[in-house]
Design a protein around this ligand. Structure first.
Ligand SMILES: NC(=O)C1=CN([C@@H]2O[C@H](COP(=O)(O)OP(=O)(O)OC[C@H]3O[C@@H](n4cnc5c(N)ncnc54)[C@H](OP(=O)(O)O)[C@@H]3O)[C@@H](O)[C@H]2O)C=CC1
Ligand SMILES: O=C(CO)[C@H](O)[C@H](O)COP(=O)(O)O
Length: 496
């Protein structure tokens, strides 16, 4: 339900007044929360008059008040009819509200006020399956639909996000100019691109977030080792991350981790990180990444571990009860040459991160085939180099690897990444071993290591699984060097 409008906000009067006095807006935006308000200011700053609407009118008023010198570029609207009337047709309208039902409600309401050729752009973190459904529901309606992933949080939305577009190529051409203008730039190249039809943009954004989950979890695991295994204080750990950010780990997430660890709580004077409850939230994209990876049959173990770790973190009461039941074993102190250990931790994080990206890109490659998207991997790596939450120095090397075809099977097969993993995997191995011995949980790092070890093993151990399956269920197995299906000599105890 919309909040009641005050009499002076009568849409008809307002739009008539606008007709007389104001130039029409070029674009519209619904949802002035964290992302929508910043995106609207970004669009306005790039010279595009923007009409805005928010369910709660007081937010619209507050937004206009905060627009400062951009106020004249913003047309506040208090109803969807008013919004439609304020934009020059054909109207592009960005929806930036909470994903799920609110998006369906907005689309349904917009259908009553828009005309043929208008473009509805869902820019929230939609599940790509919803996006595909919305495409098919809107096909033939005269409206064009775009499903667009946006990354970069508040700052990115305001000053340049990474933008992942799904829809028809023709619809992309209609919005390309404004989207490339407002996007982040990497050495002058816009971080906005058309990635394929219907759900392609939202799928890529989902996997971006899956990688984000793995990256954040691995950073948290390293923080745990430094805090509990080495007994370091937040500020000291922050300095380590600050140093790492100058090297191969250079990335937005490492940069903000250093800043987070340096911050104090004004209320208590304690480090902020020490007064925050160890219970991580999640809004769905990590879980969807894992569900889709499983559906596609693509291993994404580091992402899975990261999602599971967030779920486990939320079981605070249960964990506290378990601590009582098992006794507070804590984490054993890790001794030895600190400088060497810090180097190992840096390289371990580097190797884990590569494995997580390899998994994310492999899932996108599987989905690209499944949904006929023809996802452009080099472009995806390129538009993640700036603006988005997972931006990092490493993404430029990934863009090169995908561009040269070296990563077409898996990122781990690209020559540059083979060299990096050869250097870094011994550190990952040592850190996982030492953390496990000390009792410091490293689910994402250990999953990344196991993935790497399984991937690089020409002969694994699933020959035994095949034998077991054949023993209990007569499932048959393949024989080395022979064609056909075979059964084992299991005798009378076997299940067939
Ligand atoms: N925050 C972030 O870092 C990022 C968020 N996103 C995605 O962007 C979208 C918006 O997120 P964000 O700006 O953070 O969210 P906020 O919580 O800051 O704002 C939510 C917005 O959605 C509106 N809204 C909520 N429910 C409804 C509804 N039923 N009908 C109409 N409007 C509704 C709110 O209106 P009202 O004021 O009336 O409550 C408000 O404008 C989400 O899909 C999110 O996942 C994407 C990238 C990054
Ligand atoms: O899309 C984002 C960043 O890229 C949003 O911040 C999203 O909310 C992050 O996911 P979660 O809330 O599940 O941690």
């Amino acid at each position: 339900m919309w909040e009641r409008r005050s009499p002076e906000r009568n849409p008809q009067q307002a739009s008539e007044r606008r007709e007389e006095t104001m130039e029409k807006a070029e674009i519209g935006l619904i949802g002035l929360g964290t992302m929508g308000s910043n995106l609207a200011l970004n669009i306005a700053e790039h010279g595009h008059r923007i009409a805005v609407f928010n369910r709660t009118p007081s937010r619209t008023d507050a937004f206009v008040e905060s627009a400062g010198s951009l106020k004249d570029m913003v047309v506040p609207c208090y109803g969807l009819e008013e919004l439609a009337a304020a934009i020059r047709p054909p109207r592009p309208i960005i929806i930036m509200v909470l994903a799920g039902k609110p998006v369906d409600e907005q689309i349904a309401a917009l259908r009553g006020v828009l005309s043929d050729n208008d473009i509805v752009i869902d820019a929230g973190n939609a599940n790509f399956r919803d996006t595909m459904r919305r495409f098919s529901e809107l096909s033939g309606s005269g409206l064009t639909f775009i499903g667009m992933g946006v990354s970069g949080g508040e700052e990115g939305a305001r000053h340049g996000p990474s933008i992942m577009v799904g829809g028809t190529e023709e619809s992309w051409k209609r919005v390309e100019k404004v989207l490339t203008a407002i996007s982040a730039k990497f050495k002058g190249e816009p971080c906005a691109a058309w990635l394929g039809h219907d759900g392609a943009g939202h799928f890529v954004k989902t996997i971006h977030n899956g990688i984000e989950y793995a990256d954040m979890q691995m950073i948290a695991e390293i923080y745990g080792i430094l805090r509990d295994g080495l007994g370091m204080a937040p500020k000291e750990i922050g300095k380590v991350f600050e140093e790492w950010n100058k090297g191969r780990l250079n990335s937005y997430l490492i940069e903000i981790t250093a800043k987070v660890l340096a911050a104090d709580d004004p209320k208590t004077g304690k480090p902020v990180v020490d007064i925050i409850l160890d219970r991580a939230g999640q809004k769905g994209t990590g879980k969807w990444s894992v569900i889709e990876a499983q559906q596609l049959g693509i291993p994404a173990t580091a992402i899975e571990a990261a999602v599971a770790a967030r779920v486990l973190s939320s079981l605070k009461d249960e964990r506290q009860a378990a601590e009582k039941a098992y006794g507070d074993m804590g984490v054993e102190k890790i001794s030895g040459d600190k400088a060497a250990l810090l180097k190992d931790l840096e390289l371990a994080l580097f190797a884990g991160k590569i494995a997580a990206y390899a998994q994310g890109f492999a899932v996108m490659s599987g989905a690209s085939k499944e949904f006929n998207w023809n996802l452009p991997m080099p472009t995806i790596a390129k538009i993640w180099r700036a603006g988005c939450i997972i931006r990092s120095q490493m993404l430029d090397t990934m863009a090169e690897a995908f561009g040269s075809g070296g990563a077409s099977t898996n990122l781990l097969m690209a020559p540059a990444f083979i060299a990096m993993m050869k250097e870094a995997h011994p550190s990952l191995r040592r850190i996982v071993a030492r953390a496990s011995e000390a009792g410091s949980p490293v689910p994402a790092l250990s999953s990344a290591l196991a993935y790497f070890d399984s991937y690089r093993q020409g002969r694994g151990t699933s020959n035994l699984i095949q034998a077991q399956r054949d023993f209990f269920g007569a499932h048959g197995f393949e024989r080395i060097g022979e064609q056909g299906a075979f059964h084992g000599p299991w005798g009378s105890g076997a299940g067939h």
